[in-house]
Structures are given as structure tokens and as C-alpha cells.
Write a new protein. Structure first.
Length: 279
């Protein structure tokens, strides 16, 4: 699966008639100002994609903090970004792809596979000395048609089955997995049987993805070597999409649990485990 594009290749492609649609997906937990950051500076031609409003459905304890959007709403948003049939999409952020991977995963889930992540995000663009622009980009309307279900997903029952019979990876920070802290969700800890696999460990110091062989070795140590089904969750399925991307780079397909810990921990009938578990 072709997941990544480098800054120099992106710069060259933006100068061609078949330039990809470029999406700025800056968002992170506790920072609501992604749009302001975008207005201050962004890669020329980039359109802002709002993770809270466009890349997720309404939050609720029953469905989690970032449930999957209705596919008709996602199609409407994608057309508003200017996404067209036959034209690629590149997404980036300033946090190693951990928010941009949400749109990467959603578009593929909805049947649009010509989408890649800028490896290293905005930082890689800046390190290459490439230009930036301020203000808002308003693209012409797109015509993409989307339909859900093109990538595997699991629900809470499925996550429990993966944890017991296959491989379920928890992409959150290790201290949240162990239950030492829980800044946003109702209960601390992890799904019993899940394995701690912080998605930040898929990245090098500069925010780019680690080499393929390193990723394969990392996931093999966690039991995700392609011989068993793999599922991934996080707090609300945003950074879990990043882990799915890292697994795809390593050649391993993984199912996403969209409700993730925010849904699981809201259900008092679901068991919770703390400590090191199977990390």
C-alpha cells in the first residue's frame, strides 16, 4: 500500500496539471486552534480539513469522542475540499501525521484510495526550505463519490475478540494504557488482553515514519506479523488510524475500532485492565 510522499516529490507534483488536492489537518488533543495555525501559514494550495466537524460524527458516550462520520457527510466535506475523481490527495499536519492519518484512513474506508500522507508533515516541508502561504484557500467544488466499508472495522465486541484470540494494539501513550493517567475518558486503563503499542514509537525524531524494516520488526515483537488478524484502537480512533498507516507501510492490514477507549470506558459493563498487561 502506497502510504507516504516526500516533501520534494510533493513540491514537484504541485507544479503539474495533475496536482493533488492538499489537505491541512492540523489538530491535537487540547489545542482547538488548528484552523488559526493554518491561516497563519500552510503549504501553498492547502485546504483546511476540520477534524472535529468534518472527519467525525457527533460525539457521545455510546459511540465515542470521534465516531465515524456518515459517509454522505464525508462525501460533502470531500467535495468541499475539491476532491475529484482521478486526482490524488495528500494530507499533512504538524504532529508526525497523527491527525492527518484520520483523513487518510477515512477516504480509503470510503473507497478513495489515491491518498497519501506527507512524511514528516509540515516540518519536513520547512526543513526542505519550501515556501509557505497565509490565509484561506477556497477550492473549486469536487465531484468524488464515496461509499463506506472499504477498510475493515471492528466494534467493541470485535475488539474483545481480537484481544482474546488475535492481536489488539492500543495506540495510546503507555501511561494511559497502564492506567496511570487518563485526561479525557471516564475510566483509566485498557481493554483486557490488548497490547501497548504507542503510535509515536512508529516515528523517528524528526516526525517521519521509521524505515519499513524497523516497523516490521517492531510489530513482529508485538505479535503483529501478518499471521493473525490485527485490530487497533486509541482514545477516540484518531491516532489509531496513524497506527493502521504504520502497519500498512509494514505490509500488514489492520482493522480499526472507531469507538476506541472513549466508547469502551463509557460502558460500565466492559471490563478494564490496568498495569503493564501484554505490553
Amino acid at each position: 500500500m502506497d502510504v507516504l510522499i516526500e516533501a520534494d516529490e510533493l513540491a514537484s507534483s504541485l507544479a503539474t496539471p495533475d496536482a493533488p488536492v492538499l489537505l491541512d489537518v492540523r489538530w491535537k488533543l487540547g489545542d482547538p486552534d488548528g484552523y488559526r495555525h493554518y491561516l497563519r501559514e500552510h503549504i501553498p494550495g492547502a485546504v483546511y480539513a476540520d477534524l472535529e466537524r468534518e472527519l467525525a460524527g457527533p460525539p457521545s458516550p455510546a459511540h465515542g469522542r470521534h465516531p465515524l462520520p456518515v459517509v454522505a457527510d464525508l462525501e460533502r466535506a470531500a467535495r468541499g475540499w475539491g476532491v475529484r475523481e482521478g486526482v490524488g490527495v495528500v494530507a499533512y499536519d504538524d504532529v508526525g501525521g497523527t491527525s492527518a492519518a484520520r483523513v487518510w484512513w477515512l477516504l480509503r474506508w470510503a473507497g478513495f484510495f489515491h491518498v497519501r500522507l506527507l512524511d514528516g508533515g509540515l516540518g519536513s516541508w520547512k526543513r526542505a526550505g519550501l515556501p509557505l502561504r497565509a490565509g484561506e484557500v477556497r477550492p473549486g467544488p469536487g465531484n468524488v463519490r464515496l461509499s463506506e466499508g472499504r477498510l475493515p472495522v471492528i466494534d467493541a465486541d470485535g475488539a474483545a475478540q481480537y484481544a482474546g484470540n488475535a492481536v489488539l494494539l492500543d495506540a495510546r501513550a503507555a501511561e494511559r494504557y497502564r492506567g496511570e493517567v487518563e485526561p479525557v475518558d471516564p475510566r483509566a486503563g485498557h481493554i483486557p488482553g490488548a497490547r501497548s503499542a504507542p503510535t509515536t514509537q512508529n516515528l523517528a525524531a524528526d516526525g517521519s515514519f521509521r524505515p519499513v524494516e524497523e516497523l516490521r520488526a517492531r510489530f513482529a515483537e508485538l505479535g503483529a506479523d501478518g499471521r493473525q488478524p490485527v485490530g487497533v484502537y486509541c482514545g477516540s480512533s484518531v491516532t489509531a488510524a496513524h497506527e493502521v498507516a504504520a502497519l500498512a507501510i509494514a505490509g500488514i492490514e489492520a482493522a480499526l475500532y472507531p469507538g476506541s477507549w472513549s466508547q469502551w470506558s463509557s460502558d460500565p459493563d466492559r471490563p478494564v485492565e490496568t498495569g503493564h498487561g501484554r505490553s
